[in-house]
Design a protein around this ligand. Structure first.
Ligand code: GAL
Length: 696
């Protein structure tokens, strides 16, 4: 498929292994050195090679203010180096010591009711407190000075899951509110600008002093969107502050922080620009007999596709996952070895080069004592989960050829934009239930996933020009310049597919006047989306393909939950509404512009209808698949391009054994080392990687 691709540099320079290991907390076992000895023995047995240290270890470093003890960590680092293991060293700011909370109340966040929280839990410090910054700066500097050039140190892990709290679990202290107002002043310069951008005369909300602006006023959705922008600024600012405490003392060592999948309100596309490489926490816990498994697997691939696009030139890593069941899931089902490998290979197929676990060893007490781990309370190396991890390490050695290869270039781009999501989800009257923004984006992605066609996922600031097809699921908010770039994309021959809720609002979340899709886009699509009809839960509406339509659609399609009602259509009508108040009116249209096409999908189509819609388009464009032969339903494939050979990751997300016909092509199964040419049989939950000549 590719003749020559330049290899990507590894996550850790000079370390050509798939990173495999986990969060290791020797700080919880300092009273039991024999357990730590045993850990090092078990690490060697397990074949793991990378360990994250110190995530919540602050009290083990600084039990009393200003009295530091790093002796224990010195010894752990020495032993890591002796064993050839790599360390990801975390900064400890994710959980503060109790003495600090008591002595400096300002570091504890203030809740939405204005009450300062007690010392409890974690991930709950005030982002603006100068005292907390000073304390974090001091401990980080000590860590960086001591370990920043240590041969075992591979990466820095800033804090933990920055922003892992709920929307109303944020800090509303006077310091944070002061920062918020300064941020607003920088953004708007005058209150007049702000009032206009927020439509503030509604309910008499016009502000006459910056101090009047309270973020807890959820009645103004433009304010709420800005509050999330501000919160993201706080998170990024915090990240940069911490990263800067490390970099000067640790030259050349990459710095990052662990992300949390498609978190609804953390704009990871923006945070990804700040980190040196991307790492994610992901806990899919597939159940192979779950009828919804294929959907859940596709949702993880959606997220992985977003992640591989954050920094396309660098591998990313799964820094937290679980070899067994996490204790916070509804059900604690033991994870079979095949499912464990399936989950990990899915990430590698999408460009990851490391998969680590939370956690190496189960602690004896507290909240996560029953959370899956490599080492169970039994401590036995013949425990099922330990053997599963060991088996994966052996397979990772066999997968070494994959290192440095590049995910296949996608011909399809899909726009997923956090700010557009906030705009839609904060707007009362929008059909936003069930995380509709993410869900609908995932449904469009699924139509390609089931055909093993790679899709790049990125926000609306991304470059559209590299794609043959661009999909805009519910791009509610059009930031400045986006509409013109969409027009240029179509003028240059691109196939643009938009859905209802395109261009409802501008970047202030104010509705465009003059008709939807706004910002001049009615002309591009040749229509006016006059109204929206939100269907009652569970109700469907029939969509009738037009005779001789451009896609060759026949029969009828089904739509759910939302219908865009189209008027003044100067485009080819591909399908109409078959029932309901708007029966007979256009539902799906296409307007041609030279070689380019602007498609508009008014209703939210169900999965089957989306498949029927996209298949003919994909065929016509000759979109490359990860595997160009037929794949049984539920088998997913991803391709990575190497030098002379490519690597096709195949995963069976069904409870049945499946046969993949190879049609006489000779391929190498990297896990068994065997050559195959007839068929590959993947057992239930089976996964493997085939090395194929690049010309396939
Ligand atoms: C993550 C967190 C870890 C651990 C894990 C349990 O969100 O970063 O510290 O709590 O969840 O699944």
């Amino acid at each position: 498929m590719s003749s020559s691709v330049s290899p990507r540099s590894p996550l850790i320079p000079g370390f050509s292994k798939i990173l495999h290991g986990g969060d290791y907390n020797p700080d919880q076992w300092l009273h039991a050195p024999e357990v730590i000895d045993e850990d090092f023995r078990l690490m060697a047995v397990s074949g793991c090679n990378t360990f994250t240290l110190g995530v919540f270890a602050w009290t083990s470093y600084e039990r009393e203010e200003g009295v530091f003890d790093f002796g224990w960590l010195d010894r752990i680092f020495e032993r890591m180096a002796e064993h050839g293991h790599k360390v990801i060293l975390a900064t400890p700011s994710g959980a503060k010591p109790a003495w600090m909370s008591r002595k400096y109340p300002e570091i504890r966040r203030v809740n939405a009711a204005g009450l300062r929280e007690p010392h409890w839990h974690r991930h709950n410090h005030c982002w603006s407190s100068p005292v907390y910054r000073e304390k974090v700066g001091a401990i980080n500097t000590q860590l960086a000075a001591r370990y920043g050039r240590h041969p075992a140190l591979a990466m820095w892990h800033v804090s933990n899951e920055l922003g892992n709290d709920s929307l109303d679990g944020q800090c509303f202290c006077p310091l944070c509110l002061g920062e918020w107002r300064l941020w607003l002043e920088r953004r708007y310069e005058t209150l007049e600008n702000l009032n206009r951008s927020w439509w503030a005369s509604f309910w008499s909300h016009e502000f006459t002093e910056w101090e009047q602006i309270d973020p807890r006023d959820w009645s103004m959705d433009s304010l709420s969107v800005d509050w999330l922008r501000f919160r993201n600024w706080q998170i990024q600012d915090w990240y940069e502050f911490e990263a800067e405490t490390l970099r000067p003392l640790s030259p050349g060592i990459p710095v990052s922080t662990n992300f949390m999948g498609v978190h609804p309100w953390i704009d990871y596309a923006a945070l990804a620009r700040k980190v040196d490489f991307v790492m994610d926490d992901q806990y899919p816990a597939y159940e192979i007999d779950d009828p919804g498994l294929i959907r859940s697997a596709a949702a993880v691939s959606f997220k992985d596709s977003l992640y591989r696009c954050f920094k396309p030139d660098r591998p990313w890593m799964l820094v937290e996952s679980c070899p067994d069941a996490p204790q916070w899931k509804e059900r604690m089902r033991p994870k079979p070895e095949a499912v464990h490998q399936l989950e990990m290979l899915q990430a590698l197929g999408h460009g990851a080069e490391g998969t680590c676990y939370f956690q190496w060893r189960k602690g004896r007490g507290s909240r996560e004592k029953l959370h899956g781990a490599v080492v169970d309370h039994s401590g036995r190396e013949d425990a099922r989960v330990f053997r599963s991890v060991t088996a994966l390490s052996r397979n990772y050695e066999r997968l070494a050829p994959v290192l440095g290869s590049t995910p296949q270039r996608a011909g399809v781009g899909l726009v997923y934009d956090w700010e557009a999501r906030w705009g839609m989800e904060f707007s009362e009257g929008a059909a936003r239930g069930g995380h509709a923004y993410e869900t609908v984006a995932g449904q469009h992605y699924f139509a390609f996933w089931e055909q093993s066609i790679p899709v790049d996922v990125f926000p609306s600031e991304g470059d559209f020009s590299a794609y043959r097809m661009l999909i805009l699921p519910q791009l509610w908010m059009l930031k400045p310049g986006v509409a013109r770039r969409l027009e240029a994309f179509v003028e240059q021959g691109g196939i643009l597919v938009a859905t209802s809720y395109l261009g409802v609002c501008d970047e202030s979340n104010l509705c465009f006047n003059g008709g939807w899709p706004g910002d001049g886009l009615m002309k591009l699509f040749g229509l006016w989306n006059e109204e929206y009809d939100t269907l009652p839960g569970g109700e469907t509406i029939e969509i009738v393909p037009a005779r001789g339509n451009a896609l060759g659609l026949t029969g009828s399609l089904t739509a759910t939950s939302l219908c865009g009602i189209l008027r003044d259509v100067e485009a080819e009508v591909v399908a109409t509404y078959g029932s309901g108040m708007f029966v007979g009116t256009p539902a799906i249209t296409v307007r041609r512009h030279g070689q380019g096409e602007a498609w508009y999908v008014g209703p939210r189509l169900d999965a089957e209808a989306l498949g029927a819609f996209y298949r003919p388009l994909a065929r016509r464009l000759g979109l490359e698949k990860a595997w160009d032969g037929e794949l049984p339903p539920g088998i997913s494939a991803q391709r990575r391009l190497g030098d002379g050979e490519d690597y096709v990751f195949l995963e069976n997300f069904t409870p049945r054994s499946q046969t993949i016909a190879l049609g006489g092509r000779r391929v190498r199964d990297l896990l068994t080392g065997g050559m195959l040419s007839d068929a590959l049989i993947l057992p239930s939950a089976g996964s493997t990687v085939l090395a194929v000549p690049s010309s396939y």
